[in-house]
Write a protein that binds this ligand. Structure first.
Ligand SMILES: CC(=O)[C@@H](O)[C@H](O)COP(=O)(O)O
Length: 293
């Protein structure tokens, strides 16, 4: 599949992908979807779902992930290192010190695997175990320290524009506002805040990558995120807990392509009144009930 940036790309490729690569720091990802590896019933199901999603970057929780299943199989045996770039994440950390430790551990694991992505991390510092909303103060502190240590930090945050801006200023390679709480499947709860984040972070820096992370419930949430102007979407639960994860993974892939292409194509403005979509010139019409003389 070719990448799409112009109408000619679409004309020349009947099965195009979604709007050019996603570039985050030194990393270039062909797919704009990043998918998680947790919460699957089996590792085989996870492997097949990752493949169906079309993602070429997958994130693994350094701290929480059971590295071995009941049969003693390692999760990394189910993630093809030639096909996927691994993005370690600090899920399950509730303060900056734990998150920094997890990030460094992730870096060591990647180095051991000879992975070129050894310097990057998805930073997640939670502030509340019920909502799983991030702690903005600890997140900014951890982001600063990891950036100083040479990490390329993809930073999970809430949909607060002020925090998003502070994280960009702290050196985050990408800011990743939540659509809604992790695992909630509520989709994009505060479209206005997400719009403001996109404006604040991208207006004088259009290539700065903003990735919507968490809360996706179904495919239309992914399209919505891209149609708003997000550069990427990270999701996990909506695929892993779907009745048919592999089919949902495929739906997510197509939703990402559709949303990104619609964003690039430019939607029509919403209007209060109707406009005939068939030509009216030369048509003999009777005035419908209620119309003005
Ligand atoms: C995998 C991961 O990093 C999650 O913490 C992430 O935020 C995804 O959230 P959902 O499970 O709601 O898609």
């Amino acid at each position: 599949m070719a990448t799409v940036t112009t109408p000619d790309d679409v004309r020349n490729d009947p099965d195009p992908d979604g709007g050019g690569p996603l570039i985050v720091g030194k990393h270039t990802l062909a797919s704009r979807l990043i998918v998680g590896t947790g919460r699957y019933d089996t590792m085989d199901q996870m492997r097949d779902s990752l493949a169906a999603s079309g993602a070429d970057c997958v994130t693994v929780a350094v701290r929480r992930e059971r590295l071995y299943d009941r049969e003693g199989r390692n999760i990394l045996d189910f993630i093809d290192g030639d096909r996927y770039t691994l993005l370690p994440n600090t899920a399950g950390c509730f303060n900056a010190a734990d998150a920094i430790r997890a990030a460094k551990l992730g870096r060591e694991i990647l180095r051991t695997l000879g992975n070129p992505g050894a310097d990057w991390v998805k930073l997640e510092v939670l502030g509340d175990s019920k909502t799983l909303l991030p702690d903005p103060i600890e997140t900014v502190a951890a982001c600063r320290e990891l950036v100083d240590d040479g990490f390329s930090v993809l930073c999970y945050t809430s949909d607060c524009p002020v925090t998003a801006l502070k994280l960009k200023q702290a050196g985050a390679a990408s800011v990743m506002p939540a659509g809604s709480p992790i695992g909630s499947g509520q989709g994009l709860l505060n479209i206005n805040n997400l719009r403001i984040i996109l404006e604040y972070l991208k207006d004088d820096d259009p290539d700065y990558p903003v990735i919507i992370d968490a809360g996706v419930g179904t495919a239309s949430d992914v399209s919505d995120a891209f149609e708003l102007g997000a550069d990427g979407v990270l999701l996990n639960t909506a695929i892993a807990h779907a009745r048919d994860p592999i089919l949902m993974a495929s739906a997510m892939k197509h939703a990402a392509i559709a949303g990104r292409q619609a964003y690039l194509a430019g939607r029509i403005p919403r209007k209060l009144y109707g406009t005939a979509s068939s030509p009216t010139e030369g048509v003999i019409s009777t005035r419908p009930y209620g119309s003005q003389a």
